[in-house]
Every structure is written in C-alpha cells, then in structure tokens.
Design a protein around this ligand. Structure first.
Ligand code: UT7
Length: 315
C-alpha cells in the first residue's frame, strides 16, 4: 500500500440535531456509541464526487497518476445509480486507460474484501497497480425516524493505492468469512431501501467474529498480538472497538478510532480510519497494522499488513 486519501461531505450532523425530532439525547448517543457527530451528503454533491476526491488524494500521496492504474475496485452498497456502479465512472474521471473497474458489495466488510482481491490480482501478476476505494452514502438508506440506526450511519469515502513489489511482509492473505444464517439481523429490502438492524445481536456477533478473524489473521501472518503496532477495526461503535481490543489484548494506545466524529460509514470506515490515523501521527511507514471488519450478511474479515512498506531495491 503506497498511498491513501479520503474525503468527507461538508455537512455536519450533530447529536443535538437528532434531539429535535427523535426520542434520543446527545448524552445517550455518546454513552452508548461514542459518536458526537457525523457527515451527510446533502444534495450538493454525489458519492462519485466524494470518491473521486478521495482517489485523487490517494494518487497524489502515492506519487502516481490515473494512467498508472490497472484496476479499480470500489466497495459500496450505496452507489449513485443502481447500475452502473461507481467504479467505471471513477476509472474514467481519474484518467485511467480503460482500467478494469468493479464495485463489490460486502456491506461493512467491503473494503477488506476489495483489498484482499487487489492483493490477489497483484500477487498473481495480473495487475501492477490497483486502486481500492470504500465509498458510502448511508444517509440515503437510513430511516430518519428510527433512533436505533439514524444516529449511527453516515457518509464518507477513502481510497488506497496498492502496488506490486518485493516486501518482507506486504499484505498477508486476509481471513474472509460469512454466515448467511443471520441475514435478517442487518439488511435493507429492495422495496423499502432502508437499513434495519437488531442492534444488540449485531453488536455481539461483531465483537466475536472480528476477534476470531484477527487471531486467525495473525496466525496466518506468523505473528502474535505483540507484533501489532496499530489496530483498526470497523468503526461501528466505540464500545465494539474497545471490547474487541480488550479481548485481543491490544493496549488502548495501539487502537485508533475516529468513530466519535465520523460514525459508521460502512465500507469507507476502515480506510477512513487508516487515513486519519496517519494524519494524526498514529500510523507510520513500516508499522504492522491489524484490520478487522464486520457487516450485514453476515460477512466479516481481518488482515495484517505492513504500512507503506518500501519496495526492496532491484524489485
Ligand atoms: O456496521 C455493521 C455493524 N453494526 C454494528 O455493529 C452496530 C451494532 N449495535 C450497536 O452499536 C448498538 O447495539 C446500538 C447503538 C444500535 C444500540 O445500543 P445498545 O446499547 O445495544 O442498546 P439496545 O439496543 O440494547 O437498547 C437499549 C435501549 C432500548 O430501550 P428499551 O427497550 O430498554 O426501553 C432502545 O430502544 O435504548 C433504546 N435506544 C435508544 N435510546 C435513546 C436505542 N436507540 C436509542 C437512541 N436514543 N438513539
């Protein structure tokens, strides 16, 4: 991973804003979720615009331009149009030479699935440079009258540039899994187009699955929890983040979270946290990062990567 960028809508929705029309309080939201505010697209721009800004920032960070990109993977389940997805238009607007372009939907675990796919394409030699994007406008599929979800979900985009090279670690194979048995605990129906969630149940599964998957990812990477410099898990709820870190035995100072100001942006959540961690000085080149995510399906995953590891000379 050689570059990262992100973009957020300008419009800020604070907890207090919900008090005007929902039976909730700023104090409840902060205590039960850790969230203070979130961003919503308010009609002035589309998700494509937001994703484009994130991609341009990531390319600039990587010192590359659009023509270098072979493949664009966008993780999203809230694209501007049902079809085509976001990826082909982004590939065009970025100036790629007709790069492969695909949207993937793995709910809140989408970025991890996309990143693992990009690594596999690169390792097999089919692709040299890939752009992996998490972009989501959950405000479009949130019921404003449902206090259990309206306060949680938000909008944002982030992108990473992934390149081939000879690394000591790079990106080891991710642990990806699913359990369709629980598809009714977090879903959006075709007709209604609104997220419905059994919060407590999802919470319980999210912690257990992310912990299990992270342990397995460490095992596959031949590492222990002591090797982890930074832990970033899906930013769903501060209590979920804390519980997962506690069970894994990762100390607080190694856990990065931005859920307080970003809330739950589904597939954009992990790359947004990665970028904000770097901007905050909490993530440096060479650091070993553990990532985990969990979402509707259920689908989940975890992976270990070395942050912006340098390519060996001659590679
Ligand atoms: O992105 C995919 C993964 N998503 C997640 O991981 C989200 C997982 N779930 C959660 O984050 C939490 O379960 C919630 C934040 C959704 C809810 O928190 P909780 O501590 O699990 O609360 P609860 O569902 O057990 O509800 C406790 C009470 C209920 O009232 P009663 O039945 O005890 O009278 C809820 O109706 O809190 C009530 N409640 C609220 N009260 C004030 C639920 N939402 C709110 C609210 N304000 N916004």
């Amino acid at each position: 991973m050689i570059g990262i960028g992100s973009a957020l809508p300008e419009h800020i929705v604070s907890n207090k804003d919900f008090e005007a029309y929902l039976d909730t309080t700023d104090a409840w939201i902060q205590r039960r979720t850790g969230i203070r505010e979130r961003r919503h697209l308010n009609g002035s721009i589309e998700l494509t615009d937001l994703a484009l800004e994130a991609c341009r920032n990531a390319l600039e960070d990587a010192g590359r331009d659009g023509a270098d990109i072979d493949h664009v993977i966008v993780a999203t389940f809230t694209p501007d149009r049902l079809m085509p997805g976001l990826a082909p238009k982004l590939a065009k607007l970025l100036g790629t030479n007709g790069a492969g372009a695909i949207d993937v939907n793995a709910a809140c675990a989408g970025f991890l699935y996309g990143l693992d796919q990009s690594a596999a394409l690169i390792e097999s030699g089919r692709v040299d440079l890939a752009l992996v994007v998490g972009a989501e406008a959950l405000s479009r599929v949130t019921d404003p009258s449902d206090r259990g979800t309206a306060i949680l979900f938000a909008d944002g985009a982030a992108a990473v540039v992934v390149e081939a090279g000879e690394f000591d670690h790079g990106c080891s194979p991710f642990v990806l899994a699913s359990d369709g048995e629980h598809g009714d605990l977090l879903y959006a129906e075709r007709e209604e187009r609104l997220l419905r969630m059994e919060g407590q149940e999802v919470y319980r599964h999210a912690v257990e699955r992310m912990v299990e998957a992270t342990r397995e990812a460490l095992r596959r990477a031949d590492m222990t929890v002591d090797d982890v410099d930074v832990l970033i898990v899906h930013q769903a709820n501060q209590r979920i983040i804390d519980a997962a870190a506690r069970r894994l035995g990762v100390p607080e100072e190694k856990v990065f979270a931005n859920v307080a100001t970003i809330a739950n942006t589904s597939s954009a959540s992990v790359p947004l946290a990665l970028h904000h961690a770097e901007l905050a000085g909490a993530l440096k080149p060479g650091d070993t990062v553990a990532l985990a995510a969990f979402g509707g399906g259920f689908v989940w995953g975890a992976g270990i990567l070395r942050w912006k590891e340098r390519v060996h000379a001659g590679a």
